[in-house]
Design a protein around this ligand. Sequence first.
Ligand SMILES: [Zn+2]
Length: 139
Amino acid sequence: MSDCLFCRILAKELPAEILYENEHAVAVLDINPIHFGHALIVPRAHCKDFLELPKESFHNILDAAQIVAKALVQSFHLQGYNLFTNNGRIAGQSVFHFHLHITPRYANDNIQFVLKLKQYPDGELHRTAALIKQNITTS
Ligand SMILES: [Zn+2]
């Protein structure tokens, strides 16, 4: 038996409200939602984070996300929603099986991603881009 919560849900060892399934992904309701209807898109293959996500599942995951987002908009008459994924403990990841959150948003719901935006000093924008570009690999 796996000790991964999502693998156990996918193996039907634990109950979940499944909203939608396709070949590579399953959409379930988050049991601790930001708002009711907060859904998770979970790949069927165990992978701890975005970097381990199998490329063959990309299309199915985004397809499931769009289908579920449309259903959330329709179900709750949403004017907005967030899609996000936490990767690594310091980024807020608590279940180490990749998942994409989709959560409804409402006016004045007091949920904020508090961002302190920075300014690049002269030349730093280009140096930062150069650093990242030298580490871009496509294989
Ligand atoms: Zn897993």
